[in-house]
Design a protein around this ligand. Structure first.
Ligand code: DAH
Length: 336
């Protein structure tokens, strides 16, 4: 059988050399590769070969077939025709189509938009401020004293002696109050920067600041707005508590907790067994802050609050490492 294979190869080569047009080429193709062609005949002959000869013969026939196909293709190119397609290149109309990959909003953007739209519904306007701030706006005007630990080089990225990357969105309060007179109801979403990095901290993260100033705004307005907002984000049965705290720019100050969303208050690793999760800082605007923007603290009162978006996104989407948000791994991002 090997002899026959070799003979067919020699025969094919010399026939191919002698042709002069595409028609003859097609004849040869049918003769060698067609359904009743010589190669098909060889394959049929293979059935009668002995089991130990079969693999080698099968391989030789395949090599011959490749040889014939390649030579026919290059010859047909000489006659100006496109190479005939191999069966593997034939378009299979029954194959499923390729999926179009569509982008989605980043989970942080999603939460930011959700929170913004809740406050928008409560009559708050969206404001923005610069990410590069002076010491005055980031600290001084917010009543943060010169020796406050937040001003430490360890926590704050200093660009120059009096210029920092803002460490919170609170300076937007000052910019807005300098420009406008009360009544005010604003929120300020944006990026903030701190010299910190671990599973729950990244050097850049996002906050939303809120500020409401009017005549006779009281702590109960703050409580009411926080209740509406947190129940909208975490569900209408969310338990909320206010804990006394301290911020230089608010007095009195509070931290607002919700019942742990992971264990429903039973106590788990995420809430450090307390059953509560700290969500935001808030309080009544300190009169010193009003004085720094020339608002009369006898006339105006207001509340302010600030919260971290990543923290809320981590709790809502049950993500345990903040760094995942910034690695841009498409497998992570496409889950949202
Ligand atoms: N700026 C504070 C921080 O980054 C958060 C904050 C607390 C903002 C209380 C406020 C507030 O407006 O009243 O930790």
């Amino acid at each position: 059988m090997i002899k026959i294979i070799n003979k067919i190869r020699i025969d094919f080569d010399s026939r191919l050399d002698s042709i002069s047009d595409a028609k003859q080429l097609e004849q040869i193709r049918v003769e060698f590769l067609g359904k009743k062609g010589q190669l098909q005949e060889l394959m049929q002959g293979l059935r009668n070969a002995s089991p130990d000869e079969k693999p080698k013969l099968g391989k030789d026939i395949n090599l011959l077939k490749q040889h014939v196909e390649n030579k026919l293709n290059s010859k047909s190119a000489c006659f100006g025709a496109k190479p005939s397609k191999k069966s593997s290149e034939i378009f299979d109309t029954t194959l499923p189509g390729r999926k179009e990959l569509t982008g989605t909003l980043h989970p942080i953007t999603q939460i930011m938009e959700e929170i913004t739209s809740i406050f928008f519904g409560l009559g708050f306007q969206v404001e923005e401020g610069p990410e590069i701030e002076t010491d005055y706006y980031n600290f001084e005007a917010l009543n943060i004293p010169k020796d406050h630990p937040a001003r430490d080089m360890q926590d704050t990225f200093y660009i120059e002696d009096q210029t920092v990357l803002r460490t919170h969105t609170s300076p937007v309060q000052i910019h807005v109050m300098e420009k406008r007179e009360p009544p005010l109801r604003i929120i300020a979403p944006g990026k903030v920067y701190r010299c910190d990095s671990d599973v729950s901290h990244t050097p850049m993260f996002h906050q939303i600041e809120g500020l409401m100033v009017d005549e006779s705004i009281s702590f109960s307005h703050l409580k009411g707005i926080m209740n509406i907002f947190l129940r909208e984000v975490f569900g209408k049965d969310t338990k909320i508590r206010f804990r006394p705290s301290y911020f230089p720019f608010t007095c009195p100050s509070a931290e607002v907790d919700i019942e742990c969303v992971m264990c429903n208050g039973k106590g788990c690793r995420v809430c450090s067994q307390t059953g509560w999760l700290e969500i935001l800082g808030a309080g009544m605007v300190d009169p010193a802050v009003f004085r720094s923007v020339n608002y009369d603290p006898e006339k105006w009162t207001g509340f302010a609050f600030g919260l971290g978006i990543e923290r809320i996104a981590m709790l809502k989407f049950e993500i345990n490492d903040i760094r995942l948000f910034f690695e841009n791994d498409i497998r992570f991002l496409k889950q949202f």
